[in-house]
Design a protein around this ligand. Sequence first.
Ligand code: RNT
Ligand code: ZN
Length: 437
Amino acid sequence: ILSSPDGAVLDVIPPSLIERTMNIQERYESAKEIYAGLGVDVDAAVERLNHIPVSMHCWQGDDVMGFEGADSLSGGIQATGNYPGKARNPQELMADIDKALNLIPGRHRINLHASYAIFQDGEKVDRDALEPRHFADWVKFAKERGLGLDFNPTMFSHPKAENATLSSEDPQIRKFWIDHCKACVRISQYFAEELGSPCAMNIWIPDGFKDIPADRMSPRARLKDSLDQILAMDYDKSKVLIAVESKVFGIGMESCTVGSHEFYMNYAASRGIMCLLDSGHFHPTEMISDKISSMLLFSDKIALHVSRPVRWDSDHVVLFDDETREIAKEIVRNDPDRVLLALDFFDASINRICAWVVGMRNMQKALLYALLMPNEKLAKLQEERRFTELMMEQEELKTYPFGDVWDYFCQMNQVPVKEQWFKEVQAYEKEVLLKRS
Ligand code: RNT
Ligand code: ZN
């Protein structure tokens, strides 16, 4: 609502204002000049951003429920809230993903979980027997839209995951999950081959102990052996990029997680696979942005789950906040091609499509913000120990016309500029989501 000078409320936005705010090209040209003063090439930044894919997690659309008929989530993770309209089947989830992608600039990837298999004609197989054909509809979906696919074994929300999975003391349970992971490697390779783009396959297990364990070594030794068995299979390492995701604690695993950071960091380095850092999986004041450079000195690639932990691993929607910007700076400064970027949050208390769009756009804004920094110049200030100037410059940059470049990027990608996209989410909510019961 706009107020006119005499205080009356105008419900019609004056055309002159529209003209001014919508003159995106003009604002872009002016921003280019301003950034050029710092030696920043804005065209190059925009071009670079257009080629950084973000893997959008399918599970924000249905509160991590999947298509196996689950009615609750296990493994110590939780989606809270009961906002209406969650996707109940593959068609709805795909339609919702489409809606979100139409409002997000750039070409991205979709991150699937094994629990999102699509069975035909009443067929149903357990997770250890999943095959590529159970994901054929997802491949079709991705192909038609030019998207890449990433994948995750699902080792929670299943009767055999109640106690432990890859670290289980029960040989049969352990074998079941090893077989599940092997099936997932075959599915990942199928994705990579069909879509002509390597598939990141991330292993996360909820194994751990609520209270102080008596033996931390045996479960970890079993996890190590399970992973070795999975990696021993014959698969194309250039097509399937396997990652392991650690976690410091979970609900019901407060005292010890088998897959701790030290475990996986060493495991990944010794086996030549990727370590995945989730921003919610460390101690509350520990930031993954600081870890990226250390990891990249010892591995060719790393993977990330960008999330937002509020006091715990709460998986809130990614904001354009300090840590997200810091993560983006580290990616941009150290080579975006070496950091596989995915989001991981699930908020059931707000419109789920809005959650995706806000999170994805914020990740991209953070990357753009980082690309628009005179990174070499700032690094030089540090080398010369001119810390006063370094702080001053980083603070001044915060009010540079970053938003004008972002608007241009959205327009160039033919997605709505500024909050215009929200109207589309509202209309979709009214016409589609609220009709789901
Ligand atoms: C759980 C991990 C894991 C999951 C998804 C659903 O704490 O972050 O990545 O969120 O696999
Ligand atoms: Zn995660």
